[in-house]
Ligand binder design. Structure first.
Ligand code: AQP
Length: 328
């Protein structure tokens, strides 16, 4: 069967952007494909993390995966740091990457902008991400729009490896949602919604209380005028809210537009808040049950075991092809 791999960083509280852009598709793909979904803790440390917070956030992301509907019987759910081949192939991919191509990565430019001390890990992050994907010979990678450029690099690195050392690595394809691939910040639709944004009002966390969700949506920025029309160019703020509505309700953008024809922002935002609350409440309920059950540790151990078997086989082939003398 075709393989799917994706990951999410435990670098903060997961947002509605992470859910709509990535996790929803994880759940949709798990029945049809052999899936590997990981919590990429080695990526999270490319920016400073407080140890207690990292530990808590990691467990929270794992529980959210399950709460969102990922079934550990269908998909391997595991931590990147539990499978040491990520770091190993990550190093190999770093040696195949060019400074120039890494310098062109917009996420690196955004995250390093204005900082005097920029960690080298932030710079080589895309090479590690390439290794994450190539280790599993993944065919499809469900991600949001912001990861498109990193995926393009992954494809280049796989091609470069195969050209130099013979056909070894599968060249993966991105799998990006049609609506909601880039959910924007509630306070500024020119920036994507991001869990590491210091302004908590800019994002909806998956574990926000219903009242917080209502408050955040009622304060979300809107555009001039009062019509609810999908027009990202001229009405970016309202268009973003409409994408969220469409995703939570299952209505198409046209249906959302028709539903709010002639109504103002106030009515729309109230209904939007209720759609988001209704989407997240059952997920939050399952999340609490999973955290209380203590089942996460077993799930992660089983997931890592499945992942490790595949990761070891690929690493061995890669090292052999490159001329590493393998242990006898
Ligand atoms: N705003 C978004 N809209 C749609 N998809 C999104 N994703 C992230 N933000 C949005 C998708 O979520 C997955 C996990 O992302 P990540 O944790 O690897 O890191 P990221 O892409 O850098 O996401 P964040 O939330 O902005 O994290 P921080 O703030 O730590 O950098 C990816 O598939 C991503 O596309």
């Amino acid at each position: 069967p075709l393989r799917v791999l994706s990951g999410i960083q435990p670098s903060g509280k997961l947002t509605l952007g992470n859910y709509i852009g990535a996790m929803k598709n994880f759940v949709a793909l798990q029945k049809e494909y052999e899936c590997f979904f990981m919590i990429v803790d080695l990526h999270a440390i490319t920016v400073p993390q407080e140890p207690a917070a990292l530990r808590e956030q990691t467990e929270a992301v794992a529980a959210l995966f399950i709460a969102a509907g990922i079934d550990p019987a269908h998909a391997a759910v595991f931590l990147q740091s539990h499978v040491p081949q990520h770091a190993e192939l990550g190093w190999i991919m770093t040696t195949l990457s060019y400074m120039g191509e890494l310098e062109r990565m917009t996420q690196f430019k955004d995250k390093s902008e204005g900082k005097d001390a920029v960690g080298a890990g932030l710079f080589v992050y895309p090479s590690l991400m390439a290794a994450d994907i190539l280790l599993y010979q993944a065919n499809l990678v469900p991600v949001g729009d912001d990861q498109k450029q990193h995926l393009e690099l992954t494809r280049d690195l796989a091609g470069r490896f195969n050209f130099k050392f013979g056909d070894t690595l599968t060249v993966p394809e991105p799998y990006i949602p049609k609506v909601g691939a880039r959910i924007m910040s509630l306070d500024d639709a020119s920036k994507k919604m991001s869990k590491s944004n210091p302004n908590v009002g800019s994002y909806i966390a998956l574990l926000d209380s219903p009242d917080d969700i209502r408050k955040k949506i009622s304060r979300a920025k809107t555009d001039l005028g009062r019509e609810i029309v999908f027009d990202p160019q001229n009405k970016p703020e309202v268009s973003n809210l409409m994408s969220i509505y469409s995703n939570c309700s299952g209505l198409s953008l046209e249906e959302v537009q028709a539903r709010f024809d002639g109504q103002g922002y106030g009515t729309f935002k109230k209904e939007l808040a209720e759609q988001v609350v209704a989407t997240l409440e059952p997920l939050q309920q399952r999340y609490r049950e999973i955290r209380e059950s203590g089942a996460i540790h077993d799930i992660l151990r089983d997931g890592a075991e499945k992942a490790q078997a595949v990761a070891e086989a690929t690493t061995r082939r890669v090292k052999e092809a490159m001329g590493f003398l393998l242990p006898g």
